[in-house]
Ligand binder design. Structure first.
Ligand code: GLN
Length: 573
């Protein structure tokens, strides 16, 4: 007989419109349940046909999140990790593409033994199996389903979840509908009609919500609450208010004030294993919302003229890594987005960088804005402005150093200039083959790789400080790239003072440069990895913690030199 799984499930579905923060609500529910002592994980269902998010354009779908085990995933998994302070594997992201691909692959391999392969049971069984695999070993799995109630694409997943409920019993499930209550400006009144319709649409799939989380600009009043209660046939304690908040990290606190955790546990026939202690979390949220000091950081990237919204979303993990580091130091971080191309057309604009306490060059691909980024790196290197280079940022910092310090004129990455006389950044042979045969999906150097740190370097100190007791020799950060610092040029770069503070040594003995730094500079650190993917509230990533501390110092020094001097804090795109 099949062993019945013990895991309980909380399904989070959305109504009305997308983008109201289902990911944040799901992450907050996960965090609350974890604080009650339950072993909790989160699963994201993405009903799109893409196999994974790796081939999605960040400006359209937000950042591509990279998991420890190398998955290229929807950014909601990042939200979960940041709330939960845990790594969530790629199997916790289920897409329509994955479901159909495995069913069709199995059919091609003759595994269905001549049967007609159908939506029910083959597709639904595949969905159920994947949910079970991701949930295995946990007390509770929170499942967030992408899109909104009524989307055609959601139907197979909702159907499968009902089938799982039938298998396990209704006591294993709690259904949460996240809706939005708009206040149209011309009538200045909060409307519940879209929520009523969302309840109905979810009901068409056989799902009656147990809780309705009401996202809104303003607090929910009694009149609207009563209306929703009546439409959903729910008691008023099951209508959870979630008005806009200054920081997303406030959400679990707001939900807990309404005892959402206890209510969910009661419904799932589970008991709280310990009383949550929110003090430390609350203090960090207070630091985020009311920081004692403020620093301003410029992020110089390649930005399509799409407004600052898409930029924030494309680099969301960097923003949060800065917030987490700031929360420890009681420092708010103002971010200004700068289009690298402006330094190519107007080099005099480089002086604007003086008004920032630190500069970040994030990851990127292709040649747009590359020369502008290299100019900006030269500027921060020679003007002692704290700097972090992430992935492409490390590659371009190496190129800048090769050109301007080592005198290797026209040094470049073969990604941009395949004929450069000095291919400082180049592609490894295996990657070359993949590119020549157009195998783009899921073939980069992905996920966590080990880096051995050089004792006594700044990077080593940063990681050592974060670890406190244990001695740090190796660290694991997540990667998403094809190109590498060309090992041939490492000796000449080192001779001129570029310090490679961390390396990954491959089985064939090839040394891949993972971290670099410059001595004598207040803070000049770059990494081939994306450390922003391992930063969590309460557990900031060491690179960002060091950078934000250096920015605070730079700011203090500047105010000491120029008492009262007002700093310009924003540069237009
Ligand atoms: N384009 C570079 C590479 O593929 C850097 C990638 C990145 O910044 N994520 O190696």
């Amino acid at each position: 007989m099949k062993q019945k799984i013990k895991t309980r499930f909380v399904l989070v579905a959305g109504g009305v419109i997308s983008g109201v923060g289902k990911g944040v609500i799901s992450g907050s529910i996960g965090k609350i349940l974890k604080e009650h002592g339950l072993k909790t994980t989160l699963i994201k269902i993405d009903p799109y046909i893409n196999y994974d998010a790796g081939t999605l354009r960040p400006t359209e779908h937000g950042e591509v999140w990279v998991t420890e085990d190398g998955g290229e995933i929807d950014q909601d998994l990042g939200t979960y990790e940041r709330f939960m302070n845990m790594s969530i594997p790629k199997k916790n992201n289920i897409t329509t593409g994955q479901i159909y691909k495995s069913v069709i692959d199995r059919e091609r391999a003759g595994e269905y033994l001549g049967k007609t392969v159908q939506f029910v049971p083959h597709i639904t069984d595949e969905i159920i199996n994947r949910i079970k695999q991701a949930a295995e070993g946990y007390d509770i799995a929170v499942i967030e389903i992408g899109g909104t109630a009524g989307d055609y694409e959601n139907v197979p997943f909702l159907f499968a979840i009902k089938a799982l409920e039938r298998e396990l019993g209704a006591d294993h499930f709690a259904y949460v509908l996240v809706t939005y209550l708009p206040v149209p400006a011309h009538i200045d009144e909060m409307k519940t009609k879209p929520t009523q319709q969302a309840i109905r649409l979810l009901g068409e799939q056989g799902i009656l919500p147990d809780y309705i989380v009401c996202r809104s600009q303003f607090p929910l009043d009694d009149i609207r609450r009563k209306k929703i209660e009546a439409f959903a046939h729910l008691s008023s304690d099951r209508i959870i208010a979630a008005p806009d908040i200054a920081s997303i990290y406030h959400m679990p606190l707001g939900l807990e004030q309404q005892d959402f955790g206890k209510k969910l546990l009661k419904q799932l026939h589970l008991t709280s294993k310990h009383t949550p202690d929110w003090n430390a979390w609350q203090e960090r949220v207070h630091h985020i919302e009311h920081p004692e000091k403020k620093i301003s950081v410029a992020i110089i990237g390649k930005y399509l003229a799409n407004g600052s919204f898409s930029m924030t979303d494309s680099y969301i993990s960097i923003c949060h890594a800065l917030i987490h580091a700031g929360a420890e130091l009681n420092a708010g971080v103002d971010i200004t987005w700068i289009d690298a191309e402006r330094f190519e057309t107007n080099p005099e604009k480089l002086d604007d960088l003086q008004s920032f306490d630190g500069v970040i060059i994030p990851g990127g691909f292709g040649n747009t804005g590359v020369e502008g980024k290299i100019k900006a790196i030269e500027y921060v290197r020679t003007h002692d402005i704290p700097f972090v280079g992430l992935c492409y940022g490390l590659q371009l910092a190496t190129i800048e150093f090769a050109r301007n310090v080592c005198g290797l004129k026209d040094a470049h990455t073969t990604e941009v200039d395949p004929k450069t006389p000095y291919p400082i950044i180049d592609v490894l042979p295996l990657q070359k083959e993949l590119l020549q045969t157009n195998q783009y999906g899921g073939t980069m150097r992905l996920g966590a790789y080990e880096a051995t740190l050089k004792a006594g370097t700044l990077v080593h100190q940063l990681y050592q400080k974060a670890e406190q007791k244990a001695e740090v020799k190796v660290v694991y950060e997540r990667h998403r790239h094809r190109y590498e610092v060309n090992p041939t040029f490492v000796p000449v770069l080192e001779k001129k003072g570029l310090l490679f503070s961390g390396r990954h040594v491959r089985a064939d003995d090839t040394n891949l440069m993972e971290f670099l730094e410059l001595t004598g500079h207040p803070f000049f650190v770059a990494t081939q990895a994306h450390p922003e993917f391992k930063s969590r509230l309460g557990n900031p990533n060491p690179v960002f913690a060091g950078f934000v501390a250096a920015c605070c110092q730079a700011k203090e020094k500047q105010s000491f030199v120029q008492p009262g001097a007002a700093k310009q804090s924003s540069v237009a795109l």
